[in-house]
Design a protein around this ligand. Structure first.
Ligand SMILES: Nc1ncnc2c1ncn2[C@@H]1O[C@H](COP(=O)(O)OP(=O)(O)OP(=O)(O)O)[C@@H](O)[C@H]1O
Ligand SMILES: [Mg+2]
Length: 388
């Protein structure tokens, strides 16, 4: 029977299908009349019926108990099994009409544990009064733990798949952005720098012809010098924005200060602590601040913007806060502005470095963006599982 369960829990059937089949096997193995598999919903702090032997399989998804409520809720809360010879004499018992509590007398309930965390509860019930023994308890505990691992694996797998999806989208967007950037550069080189170099060449040619005429020569050389200066300025402009050089030269704090100084038309208050971060996290924070500040300039009509960078117990915190017009975040999220990539990019960058992001804004109250990079990126096994 355990072999069957191992086989079942290592298939890629979904959790409810596995619960369903495990329920049937467990009922037979423990000579019980019915088996229920409840899964913990951590978000809503309750256990939800995920599998049962017929006819109760119809109730899957619709029967739930709060953590601590009823025997299954008690087992989930305390992470301990309960052997109940007569549930009517047990004060923890709660009658659930849909599960026809009146038809059953004895039960045993065990937690499904994975690394000390309860992910579900496995219950068997019998009509006649009976005393479930240690053998039953042992068997149920083994089955419960096998299931717990399968459920956990399914969750980790889902989380990995989500991350992979995100990375893929990010990679696509990066390639698109690179393409755009290349086109921008090509345009700038073609229309600006190359044109000026061509003119420069003509003026040098003309200067050559005027070697005997000092006035004309001086005039042509003067123009040639101006063209060389302009071409140089354009070359500089074309390469700014390609890479935040300032990070390599100065680090994140001074980089943010220089970003602040480059904004015109409003008061920028930059307050930065020295922080230690890996280079890719620095670039992500710098780009997030850059986009947030561009948004302030473009949309906020603010008089002041604050940029704070600080290190604390929770990690490194970046705040960009303006006193401008604010906006309706839900409306922007729901909107279909396919050309607005700024906030999407900010969210993706934060997610990729494992940082928490909060964006707070309301029309008329300004906008505050806060990014917190935890001391070490959250490991997958500490990620909060989604409700099942
Ligand atoms: N600080 C802010 N103050 C007021 N409105 C803002 C602010 N930041 C963002 N918004 C609003 O949110 C919208 C979406 O911002 P987002 O950065 O995604 O796009 P965008 O700035 O319009 O375009 P892009 O960043 O792609 O050039 C903006 O169009 C603007 O309406
Ligand atoms: Mg923007």
């Amino acid at each position: 029977m355990l072999e069957h369960i191992i086989e079942l829990t290592s298939t890629d059937l979904d959790v409810s299908e596995v619960s369903q089949r495990v329920a049937a096997l467990v009922t037979a193995a423990t000579k019980s009349d019915v088996c229920f598999v409840h899964l913990v919903d951590e978000e809503l702090r309750r256990v939800v019926l995920a599998g049962a032997t017929p006819p109760f399989d119809e109730q899957v998804g619709s029967v739930a108990l709060a953590l601590g409520e009823g025997i299954a809720g008690w087992v989930a809360k305390h992470a301990q099994p309960a052997i109940v010879p007569n549930k009517w004499e047990d004060s923890r018992y709660r009658y659930i009409p849909e599960l026809r509590g009146q038809d059953f007398t004895s039960m045993v309930s065990v937690p499904m544990l994975v690394r000390g965390r309860v992910v579900g509860v496995l219950n068997v019930h019998s009509r006649a009064a009976r005393r479930y023994g240690d053998d039953d308890l042992l068997l149920l505990t083994q089955v419960a733990n096998l299931m717990a691992r399968a459920i956990e694996n399914a969750r980790l797998y889902r989380r990995l798949a989500e991350r992979e999806d995100l990375l893929e989208r990010f990679a696509t967007r990066t390639v698109e952005a690179q393409e755009l950037e290349r086109r921008r550069l090509a345009g700038e080189i073609h229309d600006g720098i190359s044109q000026r170099l061509v003119s420069l060449w003509y003026h040098l040619l003309a200067a050559e012809d005027l070697l005997g005429e000092p006035d004309g020569l001086r005039r042509e050389l003067g123009t040639a010098k101006e063209l060389a200066t302009a071409a140089l300025a354009e070359a500089r402009a074309a390469i700014t924005g390609l890479r935040p050089f300032v990070l390599d030269d100065l680090g994140l704090g001074p980089g943010l200060e220089s970003l602040g100084r480059s904004l015109g038309g409003l008061e920028v208050e930059v307050d930065v602590d020295a922080v230690e971060l890996p280079p890719h996290v620095e670039v992500a924070l710098y780009r997030i601040a850059q986009e947030a500040l561009q948004n302030v300039v473009k949309h906020a009509a603010a008089t002041t913007v604050l940029v704070h960078l600080s290190a604390g117990e929770e990690g490194v915190r970046l705040i960009v806060s303006d006193d401008g017009c604010g906006f309706d975040i839900d409306a922007v999220d729901a909107g279909e502005d396919r050309h607005a990539y700024g906030l999407v990019g900010i969210r993706e960058r934060a997610e990729l470095i494992g940082a928490g992001l909060t964006l707070a804004s309301r029309p008329g109250t300004g906008t505050t963006l806060e990014v917190v990079v935890p001391p070490s990126p959250p490991a997958l096994d500490r990620a909060v599982p989604r409700s099942s």
